[in-house]
Design a protein around this ligand. Structure first.
Ligand code: ZN
Length: 305
């Protein structure tokens, strides 16, 4: 063992083909909020127990590559419990066109899978709880930001033609975006975690090399499922809104506490932006003569302070 803080790259000796269908079957009932503990201790039946940490990781990727991943949850889509509907803007446009052309809801079972989610699946595999192949975190094509698993793929293919979305042979639900602006984000997926970890652990820094190795794995397993104390949006607040999956984090909790202090009906400040929070935000906006769109940006926050 060297004393180097850098992890070893093992990009080539660890190629695993994940059958996407089996991964979905592994994901069962969905919990309501993130597991209150470390990733390594979290229940492994559904990766949505890592919701808050996952959202931090996605946000951090966009700090590394601005606008790399945008949500398509505003399109006519049905989403799996643990599916993060994030793709590059051009890929979203392709989906929008296909959905409009077909005039039908697109069912998406899996989309961007965060490094934390892949770690949980990988741990389950190691514990013998999942018989199917699982790629190491950062190695799955679902960490590229360019992959979706959809229902009725063959029915969708004619409508996706010319949009940059293409089927993956031998993997029936899987499509990849290979059009304009396609950029594989697997390295950034690991780097985002390393940066976030280091920001929160100045005395136990790991290498920021975008490579997967034992130090990164150990740190990820010791990360809080509810997200790090220093969040990536602390300096540049995210727009808070009712979204799929539900936004979760300390910023949401602060918003809820402000609404409560202002006399708006929020039963519990649980840090999850659900329909109750959405309703309270819209009431607040109406009261302040703002557009009651439920989007909490700097303007709404300022008036709340
Ligand atoms: Zn897939």
């Amino acid at each position: 063992m060297s004393d180097s803080i850098n992890d070893t790259f093992d990009q080539l000796d660890n190629l695993v083909i994940e059958p996407c269908l089996e991964i979905h079957e592994f994901e069962e009932s969905s919990p309501k909020a993130s597991f209150n503990g470390l990733l390594k201790d979290a229940p492994r039946a559904n990766t949505s127990v890592l919701n808050a940490l996952s959202q931090q990781l996605i946000y951090q990727i966009n700090l590394i590559v601005p606008n790399a991943l945008v949500s398509f949850d505003d399109l006519d889509v049905e989403l799996g419990d643990a599916a993060y509907p994030f793709v590059p803007p051009a890929a979203k446009l392709g989906l929008k066109k296909a959905i409009e052309k077909r005039g039908r809801k697109l069912v998406v079972n899996s989309a961007y899978r965060t490094l934390a989610q892949q770690m949980l699946l990988f741990n389950a595999k190691k514990m013998g709880e999942n018989p199917n192949p699982v790629a190491a975190p950062g190695k799955s094509n679902h960490q590229s930001g360019l992959a979706l698993d959809i229902d009725d793929r063959d029915g969708w293919l004619p409508f996706l033609q010319g949009t940059g979305w293409e089927p993956l042979a031998g993997d029936p639900p899987h499509i990849d975006y290979r059009g304009q602006g396609a950029r594989d984000l697997r390295k950034e997926t690991i780097l985002a975690f390393q940066q976030l970890w280091n920001k929160n652990h100045p005395n136990e820094k790991i290498g920021e090399d975008g490579g997967w190795g034992p130090k990164t794995e150990s740190a990820l397993n010791r990360s809080p499922a509810t997200g790090f104390a220093i969040a990536p949006w602390d300096n540049k607040p995210r727009i808070l809104r009712l979204s799929r999956p539900l936004m979760e984090g300390s910023d949401i909790r602060k918003l809820q506490e402000k609404l409560q202090a202002g006399g708006f009906a929020i039963s519990v400040a649980d840090g999850v932006f659900g329909s109750g929070t959405d309703k309270a935000v819209k009431e607040f906006q109406k009261q302040k003569n703002l557009t009651a769109d439920g989007l909490v940006g700097s303007k709404t926050l300022e008036l709340m302070a």
